[in-house]
Design a protein around this ligand. Structure first.
Ligand code: GLN
Length: 537
């Protein structure tokens, strides 16, 4: 079977949940035995989201191969259970970057370089390349932005051409749109959808299926009206009603027949029914928890929950395994002080100190670590959270006054977190982060080894600073357990402390690897430890 391409565009407004629809469709097709991958095309000019402010763009999702990508790739991985790579996220910046590089190298042989055909050819080659990689049955291509945006035009044009290039029978166009409910009129309105479909028609792409986001169910009359005015069959009008949990969306799409319409239209040969047994078990578990626990997420971007989306999802996955609902209490790190810490964190079953960059909120994070350590509250420190745990240990257990990370105090007398000597030259040339998958050897009989049940693991990284090897032996003698070390560069990856219900800090980002079908072992153990803590109220 030749690779089939499904293009998913969005109309009317942003934030309709295109990523979740793509991931849900991917899940349904994968559950019928097909090999599926999903690609996100982002119309912005940044080469990747790595340099964007988390308030602006949410979390930066890092892949195995160290690409800094859009957070939708996290949804794809969590739903499909497969790894994505640099190839799964393309931005306008990257396309132009490569086209201009080729032009400078004389690769266009003196031609005038233009949006059509050079930019559109570059876009198409990225889509086709992903299809050819790993023999995919299906590539779902999510086109970011909203139809009608100027910057989205080359992408839609590239999709239009691709339909011709690979054959119409091998492609499908799905358009996600909004059907608003007007309370005053007591009616669902189809006009925005009609206009959106008209706009996409004008640029040459005809939707085969319409997925209609709505707050209330669509009756047959509305479906007929949309079908008639948008040139699709009634069965091709799929309703996507607001869901309580994103993990219910695959079942909603199954009930609406999205996958059956896709299979029919593309002539796919696959299992008659999707196997969703483990998915169902997971959804049942999150819908029927036997208790609720409160986990404090201490971070500096807490007003914008998307900045921590993989952590939030990993906690949901771990909650399902432990039959409990994890309720996240968002704690702004720069508001935590030694005076108010009990008031802010006293009712929590677990404390997670989040990753981050920059000075703001550091002292609040360190106070939070101390509270977790002294009050025996399960603690999980991720990346910067782990670095804060080391600083706290140095200051309050080792008695090293003013110990710090050189990221925040370059003159500290105890630089317990620092840039390692072999990285220092790189720092001047930029592009200095340690990104992607690295190995870590675990020390037996530690919390980490207990959780993973393995002696070697691989985890994804995104950081610059490290636990300082020059001060490490002394801290180890002082009681800091170094339970995970990268064997190639001898870098500390995991720290723990003794005589505490669960206190683990990791230099990597375990949240990026948690999947619905395979929740992350450290999150599972953290939530388990938290669920054993008794709190009043
Ligand atoms: N700012 C820290 C570093 O660069 C931590 C980064 C992070 O939490 N992702 O090492």
């Amino acid at each position: 079977m030749s690779t089939k391409y499904i293009f998913v565009t969005g109309g009317v407004t942003s934030s309709l949940g295109k990523g979740i629809i793509c991931a849900s469709l991917g899940k349904l097709l994968e559950a019928r035995g097909l090999k599926v991958t999903i690609q996100k095309l982002d119309p912005y000019i940044n080469v990747d989201p790595g340099t964007m402010n988390p308030y602006e763009h949410g979390e930066v999702y890092v892949t195995d191969d160290g690409a800094e990508t859009d957070l939708d790739l996290g949804h794809y991985e969590r739903f499909l259970g497969v790894s994505t790579s640099q190839k799964n996220n393309v931005t306008t910046g990257r396309i132009y970057f490569d086209v201009i590089k080729k032009e400078r190298e004389g690769k266009y042989l003196g031609k005038t370089v233009q949006v059509i055909p050079h930019i559109t050819d570059e876009i198409k080659s990225r889509v086709l390349e992903l299809g050819e990689t790993g023999d995919q049955d299906i590539v779902i291509v999510e086109v970011g932005g909203t139809v009608g945006d100027i910057e989205g035009l080359p992408y839609i044009e590239a999709m239009r051409q691709l339909r011709y290039d690979v054959g119409k029978q091998n492609t499908l166009s799905i358009h996600l749109t909004l059907v608003p409910y007007l309370k005053a009129a007591g009616e669902l309105k189809t006009k925005p959808t009609q206009h959106s479909v008209k706009t996409i028609y004008e640029i040459g792409l005809q939707p085969d299926i319409l997925v209609c986001r709505a707050e209330v169910p669509l009756d047959l009359g509305i479906r007929r009206k949309i079908a008639q005015f948008c040139n699709v069959e009634v069965e091709d009008v799929i309703a996507s009603i607001d869901a309580e949990s994103i993990y219910e969306v695959p079942f909603m799409m199954l009930d609406e027949g999205l996958d059956t319409q896709v299979i029919k239209k593309l002539g796919l040969k696959c299992d008659e029914k999707p196997d969703l047994k483990s998915w169902k078990k997971f959804v049942d578990a999150i819908k029927n928890p036997s208790k609720t626990i409160k986990i404090g997420l201490v971070g500096k971007y807490v007003e914008h929950h998307d900045a921590y989306i993989s952590i939030v999802e990993a906690l949901i996955h771990a909650g399902a395994v432990n039959e409990c609902k994890v309720s996240i209490e968002w704690v702004q790190s720069d508001e935590v002080t030694q005076e108010n810490v009990h008031k802010k964190l006293g009712e929590l079953h677990g404390i997670l100190v989040a990753p981050g960059f920059g000075h703001r909120g550091i002292e609040g994070k360190i106070v939070s670590v101390r509270y977790a350590r002294e009050q025996n509250i399960p603690f999980f420190g991720i990346c910067l959270g782990m670095q804060c745990a080391v600083v706290e240990f140095a200051r309050n257990v080792m008695g090293w006054k003013d110990a710090n990370s050189t990221e925040f105090d370059p003159e500290t007398p105890y630089p317990v977190i620092d840039v390692m000597p072999d990285q220092r030259d790189q720092l001047e040339t930029g592009g200095t982060m340690r990104l992607g998958l690295y190995e870590c050897s675990l020390r037996p009989k530690t919390k980490a080894a207990e959780a993973y049940k393995e002696s070697k693991i691989n985890e994804r990284h995104r950081h610059r600073f490290e636990l300082n090897n020059e001060l490490r032996d002394e801290m180890e003698k002082g009681g800091l357990i170094l339970s995970g070390v990268n064997p190639d560069r001898n870098l500390v990856e995991i720290v723990e402390i003794k005589e505490h219900p669960w206190f683990v800090g990791v230099q990597f980002h375990p949240e990026l690897m948690s999947k619905v079908v395979k929740p992350h072992a450290l999150f599972v153990q953290f939530v388990k430890a938290a669920s054993k803590i008794n709190k009043k109220g």
